[in-house]
Design a protein around this ligand. Structure first.
Ligand SMILES: Nc1ncnc2c1ncn2[C@@H]1O[C@H](COP(=O)(O)OP(=O)(O)OP(=O)(O)O)[C@@H](O)[C@H]1O
Ligand SMILES: [Mg+2]
Length: 480
């Protein structure tokens, strides 16, 4: 608010307050006149205080009620108040002491801090004294023949008080303007302080949110690191027995083939019974198949274990030359359980040079995108016997390696597209998604590897394209 408006508001409030005070005063004087008039009869007759007081008070009381604070109201009050002085002076037979009512009334009227009100009041007093001094001097001065200059004496004292009160009003108004200036300056200062506190609070909230996020990421990273270490250890442990079980099965297959040869020879030499021959024929047919199936299973377990070892292998601080296609294949094996019930995976891995990267983190990013693809397809095919397709392709594009992962899932609705990379943004149920997958993908591909991600989506299909610089992440200072 400007100082002028503050000043106006303060002044109006003083005017209204003083109006209310005078409402009580006018009524009180009316009451006093009603009580006194039957007992005091200086001229031998009773003043009809009810009617006279009503006539004096009607206009100001109505205005105070209807238009408090208005300039006309306080002038009406001033007139009424000075008429009450006239009534009391008349009622007491023009006693000089009652003239003090005039001085008291002027002092009360000065509460308005408006010198014009004092002027109006003075005019009323002057008019009353003049008129009654000429027509009925006893009622003003208490005697029938006062000196001609008596009027001037009264006027001089009233003028003296007027000077004091008008000076007081002007001084009070000047002080109010100073106060209004200060209030305005204080309000502006408060506003500025509030604005700064708001801005600071917002900054602190943001800092707090990012600290919490960083802590959550740290906890997650720590957990993943432990899981990764355990998985790498387990894979190593499983690898050795798988190796010797596999060797033994190989040996047993060859040895059994030899044994079957021996049994054949025995059969020819001794002539086996018909049923025994049938048994031998059955075994000769089934045993190699059983061995082949066992070896196939063992190879698969070995491949999974190998992939786990590779996937879980902790990254060093330095980026290393990586066969991205091999890394993707091992990630596909690891993620198989996520997609095998809902989708077929089609891979088209092109020729790629070794790419300098942090393979563990790239594996993680690819895994996140694959799992999202599987979930999106699951949303489409659930409850039907249809299956979706996840296509994984790699290619070289200039000095970048491009990994594209497409799915035939739901597609990403337009209204959430610009939020999918936000940390903790998820549309999935609690337990199925935490909203950290794509935030991690962006942090790995864009922040850590200085690559880029593009998303192409429409209802029924989505493609995430991860572009990684073949030369690896350049230090920040060298980046264009
Ligand atoms: N291939 C996709 N098809 C459709 N929507 C997707 C796809 N990938 C991501 N989204 C949408 O983006 C949101 C964010 O994905 P993000 O991987 O960050 O989190 P999430 O998968 O929900 O949880 P988390 O990966 O932490 O388990 C998902 O909840 C989903 O709504
Ligand atoms: Mg996800």
């Amino acid at each position: 608010m400007t100082p002028a408006r503050i000043f106006e508001a303060n002044l109006t409030s003083i005017h209204r307050r003083t109006d209310r005070m005078f409402a009580w005063l006018l009524v009180a004087q009316w009451g006093a006149a009603i009580v006194l008039s039957p007992f005091i009869r200086p001229f031998g007759w009773e003043i009809d205080a009810v009617v006279l007081g009503g006539a004096i008070n009607a206009a100001p009381l109505l205005l105070i009620r209807r238009r408090p604070g208005w300039w006309g109201t306080r002038h009406a009050v001033a007139m009424a108040q000075m008429l009450w002085s006239a009534v009391f002076i008349t009622l007491t037979g023009g006693r000089i002491e009652t003239h003090f009512h005039i001085f008291g009334s002027l002092a009360f009227l000065a509460f308005y801090r408006d010198w014009r009100v004092i002027a109006t009041a003075t005019l009323v007093v002057a008019a009353d004294h003049l008129a009654r001094g000429l027509a009925w001097p006893e009622s003003v001065y208490g005697i029938a023949n006062p000196a001609w200059w008596r009027f001037l004496e009264h006027a001089a004292w009233v003028a003296f008080e007027d000077v004091v009160l008008v000076c007081g009003c002007l001084r009070a108004i000047a002080d109010m303007r100073v106060v209004a200036d200060r209030e305005a300056a204080l309000a502006a200062l408060n506003h500025e302080i509030e604005r700064r506190v708001d801005a600071r609070t917002r900054e602190l909230r943001a800092a707090n949110a990012s600290r919490q996020l960083a802590e959550a990421e740290l906890r997650q990273a720590h957990k993943l690191e432990s899981v990764g270490r355990l998985a790498a250890g387990l894979a190593h442990e499983i690898n050795t027995p798988i190796q010797f079980v596999s060797d033994s099965v190989h040996f047993l297959r060859d040895a059994t083939a030899d044994l079957v040869g021996v049994v054949d020879k025995l059969d020819t030499a001794q002539g086996l019974a018909h049923e025994e021959r049938a048994d031998v024929a059955y075994l000769r047919d089934r045993i190699p198949k059983a061995f082949d199936r066992s070896l196939d299973g063992l190879h698969r377990v070995a491949a999974i274990v190998q992939s786990m070892k590779q996937f879980a292998h902790p990254d060093s601080d330095e980026a290393c030359e990586t066969d991205l296609n091999a890394a993707i294949e091992s990630t596909l094996i690891i993620a198989r359980n996520e997609y095998k019930y809902v989708a077929d995976v089609v891979t088209q891995l092109g020729e790629l040079p070794l790419v300098r990267c942090f393979p563990g983190e790239i594996n993680q990013a690819v895994l996140d995108v694959l799992v999202n693809a599987a979930h999106a397809i699951d949303d489409v095919v659930r409850g039907t016997d249809r299956r979706g397709t996840i296509a994984v392709t790699t290619a070289r594009d200039g000095d970048h390696a491009v990994i594209a992962i497409s799915d035939t899932g739901t597609g990403i609705p337009a209204d959430i597209r610009d939020r999918i990379f936000d940390p903790f943004f998820t549309t999935k149920d609690v337990g199925k998604g935490t909203g950290q997958g794509l935030a991690t993908v962006r942090s790995v591909v864009v922040d850590k590897h200085r690559g880029s991600i593009t998303v192409d989506t429409a209802p029924g299909r989505t493609t995430f394209e991860l572009r990684l610089p073949i030369d690896g992440p350049r230090p920040r200072a060298l980046a264009a």
